[in-house]
Design a protein around this ligand. Structure first.
Ligand code: NAP
Length: 295
């Protein structure tokens, strides 16, 4: 392998260690312990594992675990009531509605009930708009993790030609937006893109968020390019990604493995968003208090 291996586990551990200090400093300065309310509806086994991991990681950096669990047969109205309550609760800094919700529920209007300053997943229309306008706000976790990995390995973003494969709301679109905001020249590709390999060969950075195992072969990769693999596929031989790793690593300059690349970054960025959410709410509350004092 000639590429430098981007070690997401190590970067995520560094991010979490820094955050632990930042959370302690924020709590000491304000008396506020930031709290994350994960909301799980039902008992989907994969979601239970993800939520348990988010809760454990939150506590490890000093955040309060404000987890909420509703039964599988919870109604839309019950979930709405819970989200309204969490939105109004000053102890709750961040709200994360674990997706997917059971099939009888409509996730989109539920997500919109999360106020932008508590939207630690960065998925509400308001957060998407703030990102599109490059205004301060909470950014989606996996895309932020991609940027953090590139920065951790000093891969230049400004002026780079980037090809993002995938245009989902969860990954492709926001990662493209974050890269544009960092002055990259970004091409977004998808299932209708013609000659994807040729488009990818123009890239200094490829971000693969496709959900097709091994789609990105060595033939897609320009010599020395950075290849970030967001894909996750479970198979009999374990986890793998959207990139055909071993051959691509012979051509790339930098590459993320699966597992151990982008995956560990997602939770680390969620924890960071929860602290940022608490900071944002604190500054909004201070601004409103000083406005009413001077009125
Ligand atoms: P998604 O919603 O299914 O979107 C996939 C995108 O890829 C779509 O835009 C689709 O194009 C495009 N696409 C599909 N087949 C293609 C092809 N043959 N050539 C070019 N483009 C193609 O998936 P997602 O939610 O973005 O997730 C993508 C992958 O990332 C999945 O493997 C998922 O498990 C993984 N993931 C990982 C993390 C993490 O923490 N590491 C987080 C989220 C997701 P159209 O728009 O034209 O249909």
């Amino acid at each position: 392998m000639t590429a430098v291996l981007i070690d997401g586990k190590a970067v995520a551990a560094r991010v979490r260690a820094t955050l632990k200090d930042e959370v302690a400093a924020f709590t000491a300065a304000t008396g506020i312990q930031p709290g994350l309310a994960t909301v799980l509806v039902g008992g989907d086994p994969a979601s239970e594992v993800y939520v348990a991991s988010k809760r454990k990681s939150s506590v490890a950096v000093g955040l309060a675990d404000l987890h909420q669990h509703l039964p599988e047969d919870a109604t839309q109205q019950q979930v709405e009531e819970l989200l309204h309550r969490l939105a109004a609760d000053p102890a709750v800094s961040g709200i994360l509605l674990q997706l997917p919700v059971p099939a009888h529920l409509d996730a989109a209007p539920l997500i919109e009930l999360i106020p932008f300053e508590k939207d630690v997943d960065g998925l509400t229309t308001m957060s998407v708009g703030l990102l599109a306008q490059n205004k301060p706000g909470l950014r989606p976790c996996t895309p932020s993790g991609v940027i953090e990995l590139l920065d951790a390995y000093d891969v230049p973003i400004e002026g780079a030609n980037v090809v993002v494969i995938g245009r989902s709301e969860l990954v492709g679109r926001p990662v493209a937006q974050l890269l544009v905001n960092r002055n990259a020249t970004v091409t977004i590709t998808h299932s209708r893109t013609k000659d994807l390999a040729a488009v990818c060969r123009t890239a200094d950075i490829i971000v693969a968020a496709v959900g097709v195992k091994g789609l990105v072969t060595a033939d897609f990769v320009k010599s020395g390019a950075a290849v970030i693999d967001v894909g996750i596929h479970r198979g009999p031989e374990g986890l793998s990604g959207d990139v055909d790793f071993a051959p691509a690593a012979e051509v790339a300059g930098f590459i993320t493995p699966v597992p151990g690349g982008v995956g560990p970054m997602t939770i680390a960025m969620l924890l960071g968003n929860t602290l940022r959410a608490a900071q944002l709410q604190h500054s909004l509350a201070s601004a409103s208090a000083s406005a009413s004092a001077s009125a």
